[in-house]
Write a protein that binds this ligand. Structure first.
Ligand code: GDP
Ligand code: MG
Length: 162
């Protein structure tokens, strides 16, 4: 079976946009309204001669107090069921308590975890992404899922990790 890559993170950080960027087509549902992605949708992806299954997560998140727990739970599930995990952060917001909770879960992973700093649409936010080293998941990968900036570099890192 082909390796499975799960994409996790808070609502609205751009998980589905990134999934579409990786797929090279618009299949994952992108919405300004958080929570529109149904739980765990799988797609076939292909890069540099490697096939893998890409799992977009989302789900209907509950009230604000439940958000941190539900993102952490998604991270647990991803860690248990996928071969590698992408944690997506909104670099225009920076690391939130929810991002930190998800990171804490994923730091226990024996599988590869890649930290994606999304929404780096231009150079302005590049320097800030260095602060995301504090999440303890290694080097942040700055990308703009919307514009495609550095998504090739991220895909290279992904297939190396799988
Ligand atoms: P998800 O809830 O994590 O799946 O996030 P979505 O993919 O649905 O995106 C949420 C919002 O963020 C949408 O309005 C996207 O257009 C926007 N978005 C996603 N990626 C980027 C990006 O790289 N730059 C900017 N500026 N906006 C983005
Ligand atoms: Mg989504």
């Amino acid at each position: 079976a082909q390796p499975v890559l799960a994409v996790v993170g808070r609502p609205n950080v751009g998980k589905s946009t990134l999934v579409n960027r990786i797929l090279g087509r618009r299949e994952a549902v992108v919405q300004d309204v958080p929570g529109v992605t149904r739980d765990r949708v799988a797609y076939d992806a292909f890069w540099a001669g490697r096939r893998f299954t890409l799992v977009d997560t989302g789900g209907w998140e509950p009230d604000a107090t439940g958000l941190q727990a539900s993102v952490a739970a998604q991270a647990e599930i991803a860690m248990a069921t996928a071969d590698a995990v992408l944690l997506v952060i909104d670099a225009s917001v920076g690391a939130t308590a929810t991002d930190e909770a998800a990171s804490k879960v994923l730091r226990r992973s024996k599988k590869p975890v890649l930290l994606v700093a999304n929404k780096v649409d231009d150079d302005r936010l590049l320097a800030d992404t260095a602060s995301l080293w504090s999440l303890g998941l290694g080097e942040p990968h700055p990308v703009s899922a919307l514009h495609g900036r550095s998504s090739g570099d991220l895909l290279d890192a992904i297939v190396k990790a799988l």
